[in-house]
Design a protein around this ligand. Structure first.
Ligand code: 6GU
Length: 227
């Protein structure tokens, strides 16, 4: 899997790329993540990438040309181009699973007050990570890249994500570790029983209980659609 990210703020990705599971996945070549500066694709004076909006209004708008040039350069037959914007479809685990099967993803981070609408003509999908506004698409690009990368074969144990929250539209079951009693709070007895069948049953019940309590919306029929 290859992920190319187009941004005006390359530095924001340093910690993300060089920590924890993402670092390990890159080192073991399970994923190749390249960060490209949109400015490098500008052929305008002073590497200009944005300009004032036609019709007036606040802020600067990302111009077409640097983005079109970047996509011309990076896009192959197997590429899927995603624009990160609060106007996109809301990202979820199902979407992460679909994207983790792709060979090549290009993520464009929108910035400033917006982007020239004509950029959408070369985009396969607009994605948002939730109904709130960030200063730019970078944090969203990291969220999407992180959730996709951990689903790539061999990046983490399969068991680690088989029980993930949101599989089957259910949240995860609660987990505990040592000590057995902490400040008078005890680990549920059944988890100490060694009876795996009962433990599995208990955990399945807890997933449903947890979902009913914390995210009942996940259990509503209308939220069970596939993307
Ligand atoms: Cl993808 N971009 C920005 N700027 N804000 C967001 C977002 C993306 N998703 C949620 N809020």
């Amino acid at each position: 899997m290859r992920i190319d990210i187009l941004t005006l703020f390359q530095d924001m990705f340093d910690g993300f790329l060089n920590s924890s599971i993402i670092k390990r996945a890159r080192e073991s070549k399970k994923v190749e993540i390249n960060i490209h500066n949109i400015r490098d694709y500008s052929v305008y004076n002073n590497k200009q990438v944005d300009d004032t909006p036609y019709g007036g209004g606040a802020g600067m708008v990302l111009m077409c040309d640097p983005i079109f040039r970047a996509i011309d350069d990076l896009k192959k037959d197997n590429s899927y181009v995603i624009m990160l914007t609060p106007q996109g479809k809301t990202f979820n685990q199902e979407c992460a699973i679909e994207l983790s099967k792709m060979e090549h993803i290009i993520l464009i981070c929108g910035h400033y007050e917006g982007f020239d609408e004509r950029i959408l003509s070369i985009v396969d999908m607009e994605l948002s990570i939730g109904d709130y506004v960030l200063t730019g698409g970078e944090i969203a690009a990291m969220a999407v890249t992180d959730s996709i990368t951990r689903l790539i074969d061999g990046v983490i144990n399969k068991e680690s994500y088989e029980n993930d929250s949101f599989n089957d539209n259910l949240l995860d079951y609660p987990t505990y570790t040592k000590p057995r009693v902490y400040r008078n709070m005890e680990v549920p007895e059944i988890l100490l029983s060694g009876h795996h069948e009962n433990i599995n049953k208990y955990r399945q019940q807890e997933k449903i209980k947890n979902t009913l309590k914390k995210r009942p919306d996940l259990l509503e029929e209308k939220n069970h659609e596939k993307i």
